[in-house]
Design a protein around this ligand. Structure first.
Ligand code: AVJ
Length: 337
């Protein structure tokens, strides 16, 4: 993973020249910062989704049969899922809940907390990316409901999201199995801009944290190749040269996050992995980022009213129901195979 970092982007965009994989936002620090974001007054997404569970929890649970598997992709701290699990614990029997996430410790901690509270549900934590974990579940013949909440789908470009769903459907779902997806809706741009530019600067910390995480991954890889002593790939001084910037494109319905260099930056690959870097990236040249250039981090797509229909059409699933919160900021849609 580390060597795909700072991939040069094709095309002749002079400002956005490189990209880091979005998933690198989530190490332990990143998960914790994201959890703090979900409590921010400006970050309406989580609260809206919680409102939907509070208002429509019973109807949602009615769609999940007894003796079935509930599988959550990217469960995070499980704050929003707790409401659903509470309802399942009360109204259902024989439910096994599988949580998939990338960091082992936070996953274990949130799961053990819930396992103690909801004794009618069996809990199973699966540490890894979606791609690693889903194939392990495909063998089960019990009915399945996959949860993909919190607008995580928003990180996927439109066609990729549909392709990803089609793939899940093909490899992991039986006929009538369901996927419940939380999608953030298009709305007044200033509300969206505020959600990604909070007044306490937590979002800035969250986005910038991708740099120390990237550094650690590359350095761990370098250490495996040789014991050459090198402190850093991206050192603290370099990190401080970047600032977070984000923009909302209303026509597309997408917020994009970047790290912008406030001064010229030069990053050197550790010598011990020069050969591997050359093989994978085509060159082990220093990474030069000029003042004002941006490194792309993530996109957060906002969906129109008809987006769920389009997603169903392209992925080959059937859109069965959609719930929304009173402000109509967010939607939860249930798709079936
Ligand atoms: C976890 C992908 C849903 O895009 O809103 C929050 C991540 N980035 N603030 C989002 C995020 C900046 C979040 N998702």
């Amino acid at each position: 993973m580390g060597l795909t970092t700072f991939k040069s982007l094709p095309g002749n965009d002079t400002v956005v020249t490189r990209a880091l994989p979005t998933v690198l936002l989530y190490d332990e620090v990143g998960l914790d910062l994201f959890d703090r974001i979900t409590y921010l007054p400006e970050y309406y997404l989580t609260n809206s989704e919680i409102d939907i569970f509070k208002l429509h929890g019973q109807e949602i649970v009615a769609e999940i049969p007894n003796d079935s598997d509930v599988i959550e992709l990217g469960c995070g701290s499980l704050r929003k899922t707790e409401l659903l699990l509470d309802a399942l614990n009360k109204h259902r029997t024989g439910i096994t809940y599988y949580a998939i996430d990338v960091m082992p410790r936070p996953l274990r901690e949130s799961m053990s907390k819930l396992a103690a509270r909801f004794s009618n549900i069996s809990f199973c934590a699966m540490c890894g990316t979606y791609e690693e974990s889903l194939p392990r579940l495909s063998k089960s013949t019990r009915p399945k409901t996959i949860l993909w909440l919190g607008s995580s789908i928003g990180n996927y470009h439109s066609t990729e999201a549909a392709q990803f769903l089609a793939k899940i459907s093909k490899t992991s779902l039986n006929v009538n199995d369901a996927i419940l997806i939380g999608m953030d809706k298009q709305k007044q741009p200033s509300i969206i801009m505020d959600a990604y530019h909070d007044s306490q600067g937590i979002t800035d910390k969250f986005e910038l944290n991708i740099l120390p995480h990237t550094n650690r991954i590359v350095m761990e890889y370098a250490a495996q190749q040789s014991d050459e002593a090198r402190n850093s790939f991206i050192d603290q001084e370099t990190i401080e040269k970047f600032k977070y910037v984000g923009f909302y494109d209303e026509a597309i319905g997408r917020h994009d996050s970047y790290l912008e260099a406030c001064e010229d930056v030069v990053i050197r690959w550790p010598r011990s992995i020069a050969a591997q870097v050359k093989e994978i990236c085509g060159s082990d040249d220093d990474i030069v980022i000029k003042r004002g250039e941006r490194v792309y981090i993530e996109s957060s797509y906002k969906y129109s009213d008809s987006a769920a229909d389009v997603l169903a059409l392209v992925s080959g699933l059937t859109l069965s129901r959609t719930w929304t919160d009173p402000r109509e900021y967010h939607m939860l849609s249930l798709f079936r195979k």
